[in-house]
Design a protein around this ligand. Structure first.
Ligand SMILES: Cc1ncc(C[n+]2csc(CCOP(=O)(O)OP(=O)(O)O)c2C)c(N)n1
Length: 684
C-alpha cells in the first residue's frame, strides 16, 4: 500500500506504517499510495513554502480523501456548480491544503499549481482556510471548527428537500464532510449531529479524522468521549476503520451510502503520516515540518520528486479520477432537458438569485393592506402576515424556528412541516439549537435551491453569531427573524431583553440589521432582506406598535436605510432619530417639542448598513444640521456616528429589568418626555 517501510516515531496508539513490499507499485501503474502521496507532498511543500499552515491533517487524511475522490465522489471539475454533484465539506478547515491539493489534482481550472505555490499569500485562491468563492470546488468557508459539519447538515437537508420536489432524476447526491477532533469537541457538533439524526439525513456521511491529536497534544488531555456511541445515540450509523487501509475505507463508505441513517465513519489515522519524527505528534499540526523532516518524509513515502512536481503518470491518474463524473453529469443534463417543462422551469428558477415574478406584487399588496388598515400590532405579527403573503409567491422560502414558532410568527399558514418521513414541507422545527440552525441555514443557502429564514429571540443572536458571521463572509442570503427585540419583552426580564445585540450585530460587515418601526416598514424590510446578497436580521417587537406610516407609498422608503418620517413644521431645529418601537415615541416627543416652539423632525433609521451606503448629501439632509438626539431601547454604542456623543442617546446604559413593559420603559427613562427634555437641554 505504501512505498516505505519501518515504524515511525509516534506516540502511544499511533500507527505503524505498512511495509515496502505491500506498497511497491507495479511498473507503469499508479498505485493508491502514489496518489495519496501526491497530496502529502503538495501539503508539506506548500506549507513549507508559505512558512505557515497545517501539514499534519492533509497528510493524515490523504488516504481517506484519495479513496473518496477516486471511487465515490460524484463531481465534475469542469462544472463546479453542477447542482447534482456530491458536496464535499472540509470542516477541519485548517487542513485546507488537503482540499487545494485535491482540487488541483482532479483538474479544477481555478486551482493551478501556481495557486498552490502561492498558498496563504495575498490575493491567492489558496487562503489559509478554505474560503467560499475563491475557487470552484470550495463549497463553504471553514476554519471555525464545527461550522462545516453543521453546514453539511444543512446541505444534506437541502438535498432531501430538493429530492422531494424534483425526484431522483434531478436530485440524488451525497454530502461528505471531514471533521477532526476539534469539530467534534465544539458544542455546535452536538446540535448538528442531533438534528441530522432526528431528521434522518441518510445522505450525510461524516469522515472523522480520528488521529487522537489536537494542538495542545494528545486528545487524552481533553476528551474521553466514545464518539461511536455518541453518534449512535443520536440516531446515526457509526463504524470505525483503519484510515490508512484504502479497502477498509472504501467498504465503510460503500456501506454508508446505502444506509437509511446518516453515517459516521471514524477513520483512525496518523497525523502527518510519513513524517519520520513528527508523525503522530501535535508538532505537525500547525507548523511547517522543516527541511530535514520533509526530506525524511520523502524517503519514507518513496516520493523523490521536487516540490510542487507531480509526475505525469500520477497527475494523469488523478485527472482521470476527476473525469469520472463527466458521463453522470451529461446524463443528468439530458434528464434535466427531458424533464417536464414546468418542473424544469421551477428547478432552474430555484437556483436563480432573482426572485420569482410573483414576489414583488405580493409584498406590494401586503404593504398596501397595512397602509390602509394602519394596524397597531407587534412587528413580529406584521412579519407573520408578510410571510403569509410571501410563501405562496416564493416557493423556495424555507422557514423555521428554534422552538419559538408561536413567538416568532415564522410558520406561515400555507406551509407544512418537514419531517424525517416527508421532506416536501417548508417549515423546520429546528428545536432549541440556534447555532446549528444558523449554520445549517448557511449550508442550505450554499447548496442552492432555497432561501432559508429562521426565528429566535434577538437576545439569542449570540447563540447564532459565529454562523451569522460566516454567512456575511460568504455572502449568503439567509434571513433571521429575531423577535422580542428590546426591554419591550417586559416580564421575562433582563436575561431575555437584548441590550447590546443590535450594536454587536451591526458591527458584522455585510450583515443587514433591520429594525422596522411598524407593519409597513416590516414589509419593506422583508423586501430588502430578500434582495440582499448576504444575511439579514429582522429585529422585531414583541409588543404592539402603532402605525407610523400613515399613507401608502409605492416607493420602499426603508431602502435608503433611513429617511425623514416627519419633517419639522418650520425650519428644522432638532432631529430625533429612532428605530423600531422607539419611532412612535420619537413622534410623540416631536409633538411635545413642536408645541413648545422647537421645530423638530423625526428620522426613522431601520437599517444602518443601507443608510451608511448613501451619499453624504443625502445623509446630511436626513440627519439635519441642528440638535440630534437618538432614541433606541438598546445600548447607545456606535450611535455616536449619527449624534456626535453617546450622551445624545436616550437608550440603555445597563441591563434591563423584569416588569410590565410600560413600567420598564418608564424605569429606564426611555420616554417621549425624556427625549423632549434632552432636546430642550441642548436648545439653551
Ligand atoms: C472554533 C475554533 N476554535 C479554535 C480553533 C483553533 N484551532 C484550529 S485547529 C485546532 C485543533 C483541532 O484539532 P483537530 O481537529 O484534532 O485537528 P488536527 O490536530 O487533527 O489537525 C484548533 C484549536 C478554530 N479553528 N476554531
Amino acid at each position: 500500500m505504501f512505498a516505505s517501510a519501518g515504524p515511525q516515531a509516534t506516540p502511544r496508539r499511533a500507527r505503524i506504517m505498512p511495509t515496502a513490499t505491500a506498497a511497491a507499485p507495479r511498473p507503469n501503474q499508479v498505485s493508491h499510495a502514489d496518489m495519496a502521496n501526491a497530496i502529502r507532498a503538495l501539503a508539506m511543500d506548500a506549507v513549507e513554502q508559505a512558512k505557515s499552515g497545517h501539514p499534519g491533517m492533509p497528510m493524515g487524511m490523504a488516504d481517506v480523501a484519495t479513496v473518496l475522490f477516486t471511487r465515490f465522489l460524484k463531481f465534475d471539475p469542469l462544472d463546479p456548480k453542477w447542482p447534482d454533484r456530491d458536496r464535499f465539506v472540509l470542516s477541519a478547515g485548517h487542513g485546507s491544503m488537503l482540499l487545494y491539493a485535491l482540487l488541483h489534482l482532479t483538474g479544477y481550472a481555478d486551482m493551478t499549481i501556481d495557486e498552490l505555490r502561492r498558498f496563504r499569500q495575498l490575493g491567492s485562491r489558496t487562503a489559509g482556510h478554505p474560503e467560499y468563492g475563491l475557487a470552484g470546488g470550495i463549497e463553504t468557508t471553514t476554519g471555525p471548527l464545527g461550522q462545516g459539519l453543521a453546514n453539511a447538515v444543512g446541505m444534506a437537508l437541502a438535498e432531501r428537500l430538493m429530492n422531494a420536489r424534483y425526484g431522483d432524476a434531478l436530485v440524488d447526491h451525497h454530502t461528505y464532510v471531514v471533521v477532526g477532533d476539534g469539530c467534534l469537541m465544539e458544542g455546535i457538533s452536538h446540535e448538528a449531529i442531533s438534528l441530522a439524526g432526528h431528521l434522518r439525513l441518510n445522505r450525510l456521511i461524516v469522515l472523522f479524522d480520528d488521529n487522537h491529536v489536537s494542538i495542545d497534544g494528545p486528545t487524552e488531555l481533553t476528551v474521553s468521549d466514545d464518539q461511536l456511541a455518541r453518534f449512535r445515540a443520536s440516531g446515526w450509523r457509526a463504524t470505525a476503520v483503519d484510515g490508512h487501509d484504502p479497502e477498509a475505507v472504501a467498504a465503510a463508505i460503500a456501506a454508508a451510502r446505502t444506509s437509511d441513517l446518516p453515517s459516521f465513519i471514524a477513520c483512525r489515522t496518523t497525523i502527518a503520516y510519513g513524517a519520520p519524527k513528527k508523525a503522530g505528534t501535535a508538532a505537525s499540526h500547525g507548523a511547517p515540518l522543516g527541511a530535514e523532516e520533509i526530506a525524511g518524509a520523502r524517503v519514507k513515502l518513496g516520493w523523490s520528486h521536487a516540490p510542487f512536481e507531480i509526475p505525469a503518470a500520477v497527475l494523469d491518474a488523478w485527472r482521470r479520477a476527476g473525469a469520472r463524473g463527466a458521463p453522470a453529469h451529461r446524463a443528468w443534463r439530458e434528464r434535466l432537458e427531458r424533464a417536464p417543462r414546468e418542473a424544469r422551469a421551477a428547478f432552474e428558477q430555484a437556483h436563480e438569485t432573482a426572485l420569482p415574478a410573483a414576489a414583488a406584487p405580493a409584498i406590494a399588496a401586503v404593504k398596501a393592506k397595512f397602509a390602509e388598515a394602519k394596524p397597531k400590532i407587534a412587528t413580529r405579527q406584521a412579519s407573520g402576515d408578510v410571510l403569509d403573503a410571501l410563501t405562496p409567491a416564493i416557493p423556495t422560502l424555507i422557514g423555521g424556528s428554534a422552538d419559538l414558532t408561536g413567538s416568532n410568527n415564522t410558520r406561515a399558514k400555507s406551509i407544512a412541516v418537514v419531517t424525517r418521513d416527508d421532506y416536501a414541507g417548508r417549515y423546520i422545527h429546528y428545536g432549541v439549537r440556534e447555532h446549528a440552525m444558523a449554520a445549517a441555514m448557511n449550508g442550505m443557502a450554499l447548496h442552492g435551491g432555497f432561501i432559508p429564514y429562521s426565528g429566535t429571540f434577538l437576545v439569542f443572536a449570540d447563540y447564532c453569531r459565529p454562523a451569522l458571521r460566516l454567512a456575511a463572509l460568504m455572502g449568503q442570503r439567509v434571513i433571521h427573524v429575531m423577535t422580542h427585540d428590546s426591554i419591550g419583552v417586559g416580564e421575562d426580564g433582563p436575561t431575555h431583553q437584548p441590550v447590546e445585540q443590535l450594536a454587536s450585530l451591526r458591527a458584522i460587515p455585510k450583515l443587514q440589521v433591520f429594525r422596522p418601526a411598524d407593519a409597513v416598514e416590516t414589509a419593506e424590510c422583508w423586501a430588502l432582506a430578500l434582495a440582499h446578497s448576504g444575511p439579514s436580521v429582522l429585529a422585531l417587537t414583541r409588543q404592539a406598535v402603532p402605525a407610523v406610516r400613515q399613507a401608502h407609498e409605492a416607493e420602499n422608503r426603508s431602502a435608503r436605510g433611513g429617511y425623514v418620517l416627519a419633517e419639522a413644521s418650520r425650519a428644522r431645529r432638532a432631529t430625533v432619530i429612532a428605530t423600531g418601537s422607539e419611532v412612535a415615541l420619537a413622534l410623540e416627543a416631536r409633538e411635545l417639542l413642536e408645541r413648545d416652539g422647537i421645530p423638530t423632525a423625526v428620522v426613522s433609521l431601520p437599517c444602518w448598513e443601507l443608510f451608511d451606503a448613501q451619499d453624504r448629501a443625502y445623509r446630511d439632509a436626513v440627519l439635519g444640521a441642528g440638535i440630534r438626539i437618538a432614541v433606541e431601547a438598546a445600548s447607545p454604542f456606535a450611535w455616536e456616528r449619527y449624534v456626535g456623543d453617546a450622551g445624545n442617546v436616550v437608550g440603555m446604559t445597563g441591563f434591563g429589568a423584569s416588569a410590565p413593559v410600560a413600567d420598564v420603559y418608564r424605569h429606564f427613562g426611555i420616554t417621549a418626555a425624556a427625549v423632549a427634555a434632552a432636546v430642550k437641554a441642548r436648545c439653551r
